[in-house]
Design a protein around this ligand. Sequence first.
Ligand SMILES: NC(=O)c1ccc[n+]([C@@H]2O[C@H](COP(=O)([O-])OP(=O)(O)OC[C@H]3O[C@@H](n4cnc5c(N)ncnc54)[C@H](OP(=O)(O)O)[C@@H]3O)[C@@H](O)[C@H]2O)c1
Length: 319
Amino acid sequence: MAQRWIATDFGDLDVLRLEEYEPPAPGPGEVTIAVRAAGVNPADYKHIRSSRAPGSEELPIPIGYEVAGVVTAIGGPDAGGQPTRIGSGDVAVGDEVLAFRVTGGYATDLTVPARDVFAKPAAISFPEAANLLLAGSTAAEMLHVTRVREGDTILVHAASGAVGVSVLQQARLLGARAIGTASRGSFDVVERFGGTPVEYGDGLAGRVRELAPDGVAAALDGIGTDEAIEVSLELVADRSRIVTIVAGQRAKEDGFVIIGGAMPASKAYRDEVRAELVRLAGAGELVVPMARTYPLAEAVEALELVRTGHPGGKVALIP
Ligand SMILES: NC(=O)c1ccc[n+]([C@@H]2O[C@H](COP(=O)([O-])OP(=O)(O)OC[C@H]3O[C@@H](n4cnc5c(N)ncnc54)[C@H](OP(=O)(O)O)[C@@H]3O)[C@@H](O)[C@H]2O)c1
């Protein structure tokens, strides 16, 4: 019997349960995946927080937005006789794939729309593949909405985090220079991915000015603290070139940009960049640094680590 994690209610991690379930057989345009790794993201616990309006979503809620695994079944042809194809093309049982954005990735087996499935590059592991696209597509959109281009110097808040390291790598590919905030212990991570580290905390704006005497073109925020927002507003005059993925309320009040995977424009952009991010990962140009893996049964422990805000890399669940 297959297993999956669900939230039985809105609330803290104690609403999570591991249950037995039967994944549906794939219909036309769907595939079933035996999950080898499920990516763990902060969104997985934020999604079920009690602050979300009860009734805004049907309970129970399956947890997890991204997986990597092996195709075990493929839906038949559609009404027009077209065979089921995945986002990257043809597919066969036994193929190694990754999938994003899915519902209920914390599972042993999962049936998903085939358009959200991509061939896994052989060069990356299942845990890396299962953590590539949520952070990677968020980072891509942050760079896109702030119009970052070759020669720009940008400020990246929480640069050592999952989204942060993807921003650093993608900024480098664009030819931009990134100054990235991190704790001292994470400076090596920022440097490894091509950024110039700067310690967050009192005096941040001054330290960034010293590193960027000609100014900062854009600020990309992955933490949402008042400090990150104030420093961004102080250093970047054009508010259309400040983006946050956390501080939605501040963005509304202060007139800068907020993006989120549930927003239609964000979803469309992120869907569009998935194939290119998979290609970059396969070419070794986009690396997913892992912190550790946990057995599927230890999803709560995995989320507790991510919730510390300092996981030290990505986390995956292994069925
Ligand atoms: N809106 C969206 O579409 C979207 C998408 C993805 C993620 N997110 C959100 O973005 C945030 C980051 O996600 P993630 O997956 O990158 O998280 P993560 O991998 O857990 O990274 C968190 C990072 O925050 C840094 N940090 C902690 N305290 C900080 C502070 N006071 N100032 C600056 N940096 C600090 C940590 O750096 P040190 O360890 O060096 O201190 C760590 O590297 C989460 O809140 C997540 O929910 C939003």
